[in-house]
Design a binder for this molecule. Structure first.
Ligand SMILES: [Zn+2]
Length: 376
């Protein structure tokens, strides 16, 4: 992998990831820098104890621009985008509309009560473009390109975790307008948080409780139990296993674990790294096929019939141990879709949004069976 670090006109960092021996990256950003009004702040919810990021400047970001105005396509004569080069393989840059920022992070507002605790939104948000092809998708990438994206995730995790104040690094992809994606160009994001996210904090507490009670590691025991049970297994490799979790919250949800417990992507060994791209691509391709045929679990229900042309919206979330305090955690992927049938979506309504108590309409064992049926 060849890495080229550059700066955009407004000072944001942009990094090209290319195969070894690839061309020199020396294109410059010809745009006039616009002043960034970045003042994210963190507020502590006094009732739940969770940090909430307030980033009012994000209201102005582009929403579903036409393909000709895509800011993630390469720059062409007369039209400069976020990527100055005329083409690229994988590129990462600092988000122009970040929820967290190392530059100009908001000052904590003055507060008259200790209940109103706030901090500057220090951290970093990056965009990862998987390909220069506007109409592609991650599932359609070659194995070598997926491996280059993995190289980028590993490099970014290492670099961002080394920044002052960063507590955890989160790589993820939102796919599909139904999920709320504002740009359709294939891309993911990376958040470097200055705090422990509520979900990671909860995972740490559960793993610590399990260790205290049994003397064992929760992730290792869970993986072993799913492999023994087999009913929810989706895919097994030499170094990785994917399964639908016993208490899945989403209609189709898959967790992918390495067999050897490691804290994060940079800790993967060469064999684990080599096997990940084909397995990850296979999982995404199965997600795209979930609702393609009339044999779908619930595809004929609802009268509208399957809509094969609409790609499955999904969220791919890489859980990595934080910089400290996460010794019991295991690197893993949580991949899920909000689509529960060809033309039906799972919305987070009263019980989920109001109480954080999920109701799943699809039996996890049936979801796993369907995910095995649509294997390549
Ligand atoms: Zn594009």
């Amino acid at each position: 992998m060849r890495k080229t670090v550059t700066k955009l006109a407004d000072g944001r960092e942009l990094v090209y990831y290319d195969p070894d021996g690839f061309e020199v990256r020396d294109a410059t950003d010809l745009r006039t820098p616009e002043p960034a009004a970045v003042r994210p702040e963190l507020r502590l919810d006094p009732v739940l104890g969770d940090w909430v990021t307030v980033a009012a400047h994000r209201q102005g970001r582009p929403y579903q621009p036409p393909a000709g105005d895509c800011p993630l396509c390469p720059s062409r004569r007369g039209r400069s985008t976020e990527i100055p080069a005329a083409d690229y393989n994988v590129v990462v840059f600092e988000n122009r509309f970040p929820s967290l920022s190392t530059q100009g992070a908001g000052r904590a507002p003055d507060s008259r009560s200790p209940l109103f605790r706030a901090e500057p939104g220090t951290g970093r948000c990056e965009v990862v473009c998987f390909t220069s092809d506007h109409d592609a998708s991650f599932a359609g990438l070659s194995e070598s390109r997926a491996a280059l994206v993995l190289d980028a995730w590993i490099d970014r995790t290492t670099e961002l975790a080394a920044l002052p104040d960063v507590r955890q690094v989160y790589c993820f992809e939102n796919r599909g307008a139904e999920i709320g994606v504002t740009l359709s160009h294939p891309h993911g994001q990376i958040y470097a948080y200055p705090f422990l996210t509520p979900r990671t904090g909860k995972m740490i507490a559960r793993a610590a409780e399990y260790r205290g009670r049994t003397g064992r590691n929760l992730a290792e025991d869970l993986l072993a139990a799913e492999r023994l049970d087999r009913r929810r297994l989706v895919l097994t490799g030499t170094h990785w296993t994917a399964f639908v979790p016993f208490a899945a919250r989403w209609p189709y949800e898959v967790h992918l674990y390495p067999h050897r417990r490691v804290p994060d992507l940079p800790a993967l060994g060469p064999a684990e790294r080599a096997e990940l791209p084909p397995i990850y691509l296979e999982l995404l391709r199965r997600f795209d096929r979930l609702f393609d045929t009339p044999a779908g679990v619930d595809a004929t229900d609802g009268g509208g019939g399957p809509t094969p042309s609409a790609p499955t919206p999904y969220i791919a979330a890489w859980h990595q141990a934080p910089r400290y305090g996460g010794e019991e955690l295991s690197l893993h992927l949580e991949l899920f879709t909000i689509r529960r049938a060809a033309n039906k979506f799972k919305f987070l309504a009263g019980v989920e949004s109001g109480q954080d108590a999920f109701v799943n309409d699809v039996l996890p064992e049936a979801a796993a069976r369907r995910l095995r049926e649509v294997a390549s």
